[in-house]
Design a protein around this ligand. Structure first.
Ligand code: OGA
Ligand code: NI
Length: 358
């Protein structure tokens, strides 16, 4: 099964809508009442996702290391989200990665249109997720590109401008893959599995990695719409580089939406659906969404580290007991991803619907 080679209706760039200075957003972007941020405002700013400093992982004694491992374990089980500092990436690289992409979105439209994407691979400059005609859309544009497997990486599909973009993105990607492999190892150890278990389950050296750069333009009616509708990430795990100047990401915790307050130069990590399946839901892939702002744009880089796309993903036998039998049937990531690529972001409906009936 494949996605079609074109969109069901003409693409409108949200950035163009935003620049018209119109005070009313088109009805295509107005969410049903129950999904609007005005209906479910979320926390009043006192809570946050766990903040984990990785410094002692390489520099601390055994006790300090254990304390970090425990924090990671709790975050994976109870939050599905945490942010890390001292992750080994230089502050300069982190800022540069965000800012070259901000520059990309601020270039003339003709230049960006050269990279317009289609639902066939999603690679390139895009403005919607899902191909359902008449769907209510999100208030954002994005750029999607493949990094791993290297057979899918094609620098010609990455913007040629600004001049530093390709090199900076390459360097940033390399660091994210390093961090991804490290966390797969830490998660495996925390779960009591062989330290290579998760990386092997992801395909060993053939793991996937792809980047979605989100651009959320200013929005005159932020209470009526969302920058990104509630969803859980379909892949393995996600590394999000947020915009430090503008908040927007909200994470579901119990019945509440918690607004993430990023620490300086932090990377936000979240568990995706494939790790929820592999851990038989010991680790949770948690719903999140993005709200927009009347007077500030927001740029974020969401890096998805995924299993090799044609390998079967199923709960680790080592984690199953007679009281906790397998919750999911085996499925490849290719098959799984088609759902969000066809229907667009729809909460956690997918991983829930896959629960096997036994
Ligand atoms: C995503 C995502 C959050 C953000 O791209 O999947 O959840 O803050 N992004 O942009
Ligand atoms: Ni997401």
């Amino acid at each position: 099964m494949d996605c079609p080679s074109d969109w069901p209706e003409p693409i409108v760039r949200v950035q163009m809508l935003s620049e018209t200075e119109n005070k009313i957003i088109p009805t295509r972007y107005v969410k049903p009442l129950l999904e609007r941020p005005s209906f479910n405002k979320g926390d009043q700013g006192n809570s946050n996702i766990p903040l984990i400093d990785l410094f002692d992982l390489t520099n601390g004694d055994a006790r300090a290391k254990k304390a970090i491992m425990d924090k990671i374990s709790i975050a994976c089980r109870e939050w599905g989200f945490f942010q890390v500092v001292n992750h080994g990436m230089s502050s300069h690289l982190v800022d540069e990665a965000r800012e070259v992409w901000r520059e990309f979105f601020h270039q003339p439209m003709e230049l960006k249109q050269e990279y317009a994407n289609t639902p066939k691979t999603y690679e390139g400059y895009g403005s919607r997720l899902g191909i359902q005609k008449g769907a209510i859309l999100d208030w954002s544009d994005y750029y999607f590109l493949n990094y791993l497997p290297s057979t899918l990486k094609d620098h010609n599909k990455w913007p040629s401008q600004p001049p530093l973009l390709r090199n900076v993105t390459e360097e940033y990607s390399n660091e994210i893959v390093r961090l991804g492999k490290l966390l797969l190892k830490l998660f495996s150890i925390n779960l009591g599995l062989q330290e290579d278990y998760l990386q092997d389950a992801f395909g060993g050296d053939d793991i996937g990695a792809c980047l979605r750069v989100n651009f959320y333009p200013k929005c005159p009616q932020p209470d009526l719409t969302l920058g990104l509708s509630s969803h859980s990430d379909p892949g393995g795990m996600t590394f999000l580089l947020p915009d430090e100047h503008v908040s927007g990401l909200q994470v579901r915790k119990g019945g509440e939406w918690i607004t993430v307050k990023p620490a300086r130069h932090a990377i936000i990590v979240n568990i995706g659906d494939q790790i929820q399946v592999l851990t038989n839901a010991i680790y949770k892939s948690v719903e999140h969404r993005v709200i927009v702002n009347p007077d500030k744009e927001r740029v974020s880089l969401a890096y998805f580290v995924n299993p090799k796309s044609d390998i079967l993903i199923k709960p680790a036998t080592e984690l199953l007991t007679s009281n906790t039998p397998a919750l999911y049937s085996p499925m490849t990531f290719d098959e799984y991803r088609l759902f969000i690529r066809t229907k667009g972001p729809q909460g956690k409906s997918q991983v829930e619907s896959l629960k096997s009936s036994r």
